[in-house]
Design a protein around this ligand. Structure first.
Ligand SMILES: NC(=O)c1ccc[n+]([C@@H]2O[C@H](COP(=O)([O-])OP(=O)(O)OC[C@H]3O[C@@H](n4cnc5c(N)ncnc54)[C@H](O)[C@@H]3O)[C@@H](O)[C@H]2O)c1
Length: 274
């Protein structure tokens, strides 16, 4: 049991599964009181019960301002004012522009952009009165990159960058930091659910076929480690910033790798295997 979040009260949206669940578990292990907020009530309640008395579950559709009022009030009543907010809940559905109904774009903006905006608005007053806090918005590599089929998702995740920077400027004077994490390729139900777009078993890619420098899917715990750092006072001088956790995905350009580099790399890898 660590103490990096001792005394913190955290609200984690989308905390029932995937990386939100990993964040909730890591936060509790580091001494925080954690409220898991989601629309998957049964799963969220099970995770909270598993974490014990330092965790609670609340139903929250992040696109509903009324739900936010209820969730923040429940957090204050159970554990005190939230001093950490993780705007993690998100949706990702892929389709080409010509086949995507307008409602899909609106849904992505509603959950992925209006949701975090409402979250920041809803925690501002209790966080300010508590003396400050840390807000972490979960963006994506699609906050800085586009992709075919991702016009709704990437548009929404680019908007999270603007929200993060503007909120950081506005809330900094009140001791509230706002940062963004950009995960890339993390093995969660979201990726599994994207099978209709990416193929029958998107998580089964053989790492050796990846151009990704670290040659593996990210795990929810990889992201939780960065979110923990940003939630803690260790990141006290960071705000309005973007923290990439993507196995090197956005570091490379999309050209075919140079033959000389591939030849040398493979020789060294063969030597490492010997
Ligand atoms: N998995 C990846 O590769 C990846 C990469 C980059 C960014 N992200 C982002 O990370 C975050 C978490 O994604 P994940 O991969 O764990 O996905 P996930 O689908 O496994 O989990 C998302 C959670 O958000 C919840 N949620 C969805 N709509 C909601 C709403 N309206 N109100 C409240 N909760 C809602 C879901 O019920 C679920 O529990 C998302 O913002 C996602 O866009 C994921």
């Amino acid at each position: 049991m660590g103490t990096r979040l001792e005394g913190k009260v955290a609200l984690v949206t989308g905390g029932a599964r995937g990386m939100g669940e990993a964040e909730a578990r890591r936060f509790c292990a580091e001494g925080a009181k954690v409220v898991i907020a989601d629309v998957l009530d049964d799963i969220g309640q099970t995770v909270a019960a598993d974490l014990g008395a330092d965790a609670a579950y609340v139903h929250l559709d992040v696109s509903s301002e009324d739900d936010w009022a209820t969730a923040v009030a429940a957090t204050v009543e159970r554990f005190g004012a939230p001093t950490v907010l993780v705007n993690n809940a998100g949706i990702a559905r892929y389709e080409t522009i010509d086949r995507m109904p307008k409602e899909e774009v609106v849904a992505h903006l509603s959950v992925n952009v209006v949701g975090p905006w409402l979250g920041i608005k809803s925690v501002f007053e209790p966080m300010r009165r508590a003396g400050g806090g840390s807000i972490i918005n979960i963006g994506s590599t699609n906050s800085v990159r586009g992709a075919a089929g991702a016009t709704a998702y990437a548009t929404s995740k680019h908007a999270v960058a603007g929200l993060t920077k503007s909120a950081a400027v506005e809330l900094g004077p009140f001791g509230i930091r706002v940062n963004m994490v950009l995960p890339g390729g993390v093995a969660t139900p979201m990726i599994a659910d994207a099978a209709p777009w990416f193929g029958p078993a998107p998580l089964d890619n053989s790492p050796t076929e990846w151009s990704l420098p670290l040659k593996r899917w990210g795990m929810p715990e990889d992201i939780a480690a960065m979110v923990l750092f940003l939630a803690s006072d260790e990141s006290a001088y960071s705000t309005g910033a973007e923290f990439v956790v993507d196995g090197g995905m956005t570091a490379d350009h999309p050209f075919k790798p140079a033959a000389a580099w591939v030849e040398h790399r493979e020789a060294l890898l063969a030597e490492s295997r010997d």
